[in-house]
Design a protein. Structure first.
Lengths: 196, 386
């Protein structure tokens, strides 16, 4: 996760206005505030996480992303972020469109379902994967969409979203550079920098 | 200034004071109050830098007695949230709660004596706006030699005062906590207030507002006004859970159904009658009109974002899911305007079936959210000292 924070930090402007969709305990916004002096707001639905944000002094707005983002004006933020949340949304493609309407640019991270561990789990055990990144059983998972980075890029092409930058995080595979050579096999997390 | 000080078994020590201001107060309606009194209570201690004070703004029927037990053994209306170790922690903060002018619990209002005539003000008490309450609270602030509130906190009409403070006196508060409030009332809200006023005015004892001259009071009308208001502050769910179709007396299966009294009817009648003995009818009319008139953005071309751009403080906005008088959408409108104005704001939408009254009642998420927000405010105070 710290890796992701560093990558996101490189893609945003200091002192910029940032909206984080599904901000959790606000640690990313806090990190960006400390390191890049950004002015951030997080949207979150879970009361315990919201209280964490408040305790950390992070601006947090209780909001269900599935109800839309119509209350935010066009281009009202420099960057709209969404980390590890796309897969839990009812209509991820509509939220992506909204993110690009509200923000000048967007940064999205998501778990890559094409990772060899998940592929192997399904292929060898014949069961839906339960991994460190996707640590739920099929019946209680909040992750209702499973997709690979190739699926994501196909969606971007379909909706005319331009990919400014992308990077992959692959745990130990990163040390060997495997996630750069075969990202869809060795990256557990994909990080995308998007624009209209 | 009279001070009446005592501790009580809720753990919250309170000081009750009365202060007379002889500096004229220019009201929004153009009338000048040459002299007026404010009754207020304080809880906790002011620090040596005089930086740890919190102003509590009461709502329509509230008073200065927000916490602890008063001399009559009555518990404060927000005691659950104000006190040592509570969300508004008097171990850290010096909490001030005045009874606002125009009300009827000791501060100057329709039921107090007009010094010019030697008679109660009655219906001649000048029309008030939220800005007048804030102006009188600012005089109280100066009297207490406080330069800047750590926070101004209020629910409902109290939240409107907190917003007005933020916009009108940006240098005078660090945080505004706006609970179950609205930028302005909806038509439905104004309509409920109008029904309440009509109920009072229809009482034969109202005497065009001069009832005090006749040594009477429109208690029937006032009770009816309160019963209507009270129902709108609760939710169908909360009433259903509390009363359902329980019968207090009589038998629904019996022959004489007309003798049946439902629990909810008995409760509502009791609430109405109790209120009618403690509240002044002219105050009720005056303060419901204050609610109707309030419009934060009025002086800013009806643009709430522009209004909030004046503010320098940080905001916490809170709404309750089942509140239909000041629904979450009202608080979301406030929050959206604050985000657009680039102000620091957090927003809590608390799950509750208690309706508008939820802001006064125990609720874990609410308590934690408010408590943690203010704990952080307290930490910055300690940080500033060291």
């Amino acid at each position: 996760m710290i890796d992701t924070n560093r990558i996101i930090g490189d893609w945003i402007e200091p002192q910029s206005r940032i909206l984080d969709l599904g901000c959790g305990d606000g640690s990313l916004l806090q990190d960006l505030t400390v390191r890049h002096n950004i002015h951030g707001y997080g949207l979150e639905i879970d009361p315990a996480s919201i209280n964490q944000c408040i305790a950390n002094g992070i601006n947090v707005i209780q909001h269900d992303l599935n109800t839309g983002l119509a209350n935010f004006a066009d281009s009202s933020f420099d960057t709209v972020l969404m980390t590890q949340t796309l897969q839990v949304l009812r209509y991820p493609h509509l939220v992506l469109d909204e993110m690009l309407r509200i923000g000048q640019q967007c940064i999205v991270t998501f778990p890559n379902f094409g990772h060899w561990r998940t592929r192997g789990f399904l292929a060898v055990k014949g069961r839906m994967p339960v991994t460190k990144q996707l640590a739920y059983q099929w019946y209680d998972t909040p992750n209702i969409h499973f997709f690979t980075y190739k699926d994501f890029e196909a969606l971007c092409a379909e909706r005319g979203i331009s990919i400014v930058n992308r990077t992959f995080i692959g745990g130990r595979a990163s040390d060997l550079g495997l996630d750069k050579i075969w990202p869809n096999l060795f990256a557990h997390t994909a990080v995308y920098h998007l624009a209209k | 200034m009279a001070i009446d000080s005592h501790t009580n078994n809720t753990g919250t020590a309170l000081n009750k004071s009365v202060v007379t201001f002889d500096a004229p107060l220019n009201l929004a309606c153009g009338v000048v109050l040459s002299e007026y009194e404010l009754v207020f209570e304080t809880y906790g201690a002011l620090n040596s830098e005089r930086t740890n004070s919190i102003l509590i703004c009461h709502a329509l029927s509230g008073d200065h007695h927000a916490a602890g037990l008063d001399a009559n053994g009555k518990i404060g209306w927000w005691d659950h949230y104000i006190g040592p170790g509570k969300a508004i922690d008097t171990n850290h903060f010096f909490v001030v709660c005045p009874n606002n002018i125009g009300s009827c619990f000791g501060s100057t209002g329709p039921s107090t004596t007009n010094l010019e005539t030697g008679k109660p003000w009655g219906v001649d008490f000048p029309s008030l706006e939220v800005s007048d309450w804030v102006a009188s609270q600012k005089q109280l602030m100066e009297h207490l030699e406080i330069d800047c509130w750590s926070a101004v906190i209020g629910g409902s009409l109290g939240g409107m005062q907190a917003m007005h403070w933020a916009v009108a006196h940006p240098q005078k508060l660090k945080h505004a906590v706006v609970i179950a409030a609205s930028l302005k009332l909806s038509a439905q809200n104004i309509a409920f207030n109008e029904i309440a006023r009509r109920a009072i005015e229809s009482d034969i004892n109202f005497k065009q507002g001069n009832f005090l001259d006749y040594q009477t009071s429109p208690t029937q009308g006032l009770a009816l006004a309160r019963m209507i208001g009270h129902m709108t502050y609760l939710s169908n769910d909360a009433l259903g859970q509390k009363f359902g179709r329980l019968v207090r007396s009589g038998d629904l299966d019996g022959a004489e159904k007309e003798l049946v009294e439902f629990e909810v009817s008995s409760y509502l009648n009791y609430q109405g009658d109790k209120f009618a003995t403690r509240f002044d009818a002219n105050s009720y009319i005056l303060i419901t009109k204050m609610l109707d008139y309030f419009d934060l953005a009025q002086d800013h071309q009806n643009n709430a974002v522009d209004a909030f751009k004046q503010a320098q403080c940080k905001f916490l906005v809170v709404a309750f899911s089942s509140d239909w008088r000041f629904s979450p959408s009202c608080s979301e409108e406030i929050t959206d305007a604050l985000v657009s104005a680039d102000k620091d704001v957090s927003y809590l939408r608390i799950e509750s079936n208690q309706g508008h009254d939820a802001f006064l009642l125990p609720n874990e998420h609410y308590e934690k959210g408010l408590g943690q927000y203010l704990q952080r405010v307290a930490q910055t105070l300690i940080g500033a000292q060291s």
